[in-house]
Every structure is written in structure tokens, then in C-alpha cells.
Design a protein around this ligand. Sequence first.
Ligand code: SIN
Length: 271
Amino acid sequence: MSKLTSVKKLTPLIGAEILDIDLRDLSEELASNILATFHENSVVFFRDQTLSRDQLKAFGRALGKLHIHPLVKVRIPEHPEIVIIESDADTERVAGEVWHSDASADSEPPLGSILYMTVVPQNGGGDTLFSSTAAAYDALSPAMKLFLDGLTAIHDGERLRGGYSIKNPDKRLIASEHPVIRTHPATKRRCIYVNRVYTSHIVGLKQAESDAILTFLYQHMEQPQFQCRFKWRPGSIAFWDNRCTLHHAVWDYHPDRRYAERVTLCGERPV
Ligand code: SIN
């Protein structure tokens, strides 16, 4: 198979399901078609996949270079590129429950993430929401765009402490300064690049000013008109663009179990 036989959009602004495809059998042409659909829709979804860990990594490698999370402890020593996303009756806090972009405290945060779901909650729930930060940027007033343009913000890995099993718990975790508005390298769209998990403050503003602007931006980006919502089934995959989306994993299924494995693609310094 070399062409995308069918693409079904979830909303006009964000999200598309790529149908009739087996990700174990990926030609270069198909990978480049997937990337084109990904750039157009910011997040793409696949159903009914059966991938081993090696095949999941091979799918990731067909689309980019695999990233190893600098903060989260490796759970499968033979597969340090795989992050486990798991919750059950004993879970006190789930990964991704707050709107965020993955690993934005890195100096070169990941381009995208690929989440492969194998166990869904038995009574439903556990959807993931995605929001387009490019559409959110487009909807700002010209005066607000002008104010934000040129500002930078600190993204601080320390803010993760307590939520994850952190590598090297005695070390100061990574922090980076990134533009508040970045330009997507492939689509050239401007995107708001701050998030509740990692961003501590906007550089050059008083803390109260920074808090007010960040709160406004978070609430603005989290509006439903910029979102799509994905309902998982076992074998579903989401591949999202961390440069122009935020995502939020809804934890409405406790005490049921949900299990997924994620590979992440390396990105570039935001500009
Ligand atoms: C994540 O932030 O990678 C987790 C998303 C999810 O569990 O749906």
C-alpha cells in the first residue's frame, strides 16, 4: 500500500482518522503521506493496529528520530524509548491529566508523540482531548498578538516532581526558555507555546502579570472550538504534534485499568 486510502476528519480544525492502513507495512511514500496528513490536521489517529514494541518503535522511526524522556524513569530496560502510560485502582495521579505539550522543558522539545493503547477502561471513559494552539493563536486580536510576539517563557521540569517517577531524584531538573509564540517549522503557522504543566513564568513580567497572561492563554487554548476528542479502543493509536497542540487525558474511569505505550519523536529548538 502506498497511498492513504481514506482520511476522515474529526473536526475542520484539528484531528483526522487515517483508515484502512496497517502500520507494520510502511513504505517511505506512505510515511511521507502520513506526515502530510499530520501537518494538515495536527493529530492523526489509527484503529485496529497490532504492533509489537519493536514494530511500534519502527513506526516511530519511519516518521522521525526516537526521543528518550530526560525526566521519566525507564520502565522497560530493553526499550528506553518507550514511556508506559498506565493507571488502575491503585493510581493516585495519572500522566497527562492536565493540559500540556510533552517534555516542553527540554531545550529541543519533542516534535510529536505516538500513543498505542492496548487496554481501555472496561466501563468507558479515558478519552484524550487535543487542542489546536495554532487555531487558538489565529483567534487572538491583533493587539494581543503584538503584545505576545517576542516574549519568552520558562518551562521548568521541576514542576513535574510528585507527579511522575523521576530519574535522578536528587538532581535539579531541566528548565528551558522558549518563545511564547513559536512558528511551526513545516506549516509556518504561528502557535501559542505555553502549558500548565511546565511553564513557570513569562520572562520580563512581574509574577502577577505573568500569572494573569498565562491563565488567559490557558483558558483561551482550552476552549472547545479548538478541540477534538478521541475515544480509544484497544489497538488505537494517536500521533500528535507537540508544537501546535496541547492534550489532556481525561481520568474519569477510576478504579478501572487503562494501559498504553508511547514513543516520542525528537524535535527542534522552538523559534
Ligand atoms: C500523555 O500525556 O502522553 C498521555 C495521554 C493519554 O494518556 O491519553
